[in-house]
Design a protein around this ligand. Structure first.
Ligand SMILES: [Fe+2]
Length: 191
């Protein structure tokens, strides 16, 4: 379930909007200049579905999104539990931690969630806009926007990423520990 929660950036307890209504989510994000879309789910998708098949399935949608050719690098990121790996939880915690600190990029951060879940926190002063994305959701974090991302204690998602430059994913970290004051992905969906 896609979820939007908008809070005061000075006080996470001051919740101004909380909704899972797709229309309201689209409207609230559009008002703030955040591109958000929903693409139909891929039929028969499983954890083992090859990346090439996912890209082939969404080829038309990707081509439409990239009609002007601005995205030179398009790939698929997969973070899925591996019960057979005793170190998986530790590895997952390390990866999760990298994205929890507030940062910004020189280009838009564009992600399409094929399946699974992840939460983007956009720091749009004087608000923090948390968007829990699920399979089918496409979100674009505008260039220069302060943000962080939580994949939860049990990361489980597959997403298509769109980059203009090969190193577009590199973050410029603000050093502001703001993310620590806001509910995690797991807390947001459990509330
Ligand atoms: Fe980012």
């Amino acid at each position: 379930m896609t979820l939007l929660q908008i809070m005061a950036d000075s006080d996470a307890a001051e919740v101004r909007v909380r909704t899972d209504n797709a229309e309201v989510i689209g409207t609230e994000l559009a008002r703030r200049g955040i591109a958000f879309d929903h693409w139909p789910a891929m039929p028969g998708l499983e954890a083992t579905t090859p990346t090439a098949d996912i890209l082939a399935h969404y080829r038309g949608r990707v081509a439409d999104l990239n009609a002007d050719g601005r995205y030179k690098f398009i790939d698929v990121i997969r973070l899925q539990p591996d019960e057979g790996d005793p170190d998986w939880a530790a590895k997952a915690a390390e990866v999760r931690g990298k994205f929890l600190a507030e940062h910004r990029h020189a280009e838009d951060e564009v992600r399409f969630f094929v399946t699974g879940r992840g939460c983007f926190y956009l720091h749009l002063e004087p608000e923090v806009v948390a968007v829990v994305c699920e399979g089918g959701d496409l979100l674009s974090v505008p260039a220069g926007t302060r943000h962080w991302f939580d994949m939860g204690v049990r990361p489980d998602f597959v997403a298509i990423r769109f980059f203009e430059e090969q190193e577009g994913w590199i973050g410029d970290f603000t050093g502001d520990p703001i993310g620590q004051r806001f509910p995690s992905l797991d807390q947001l969906v459990a509330a």
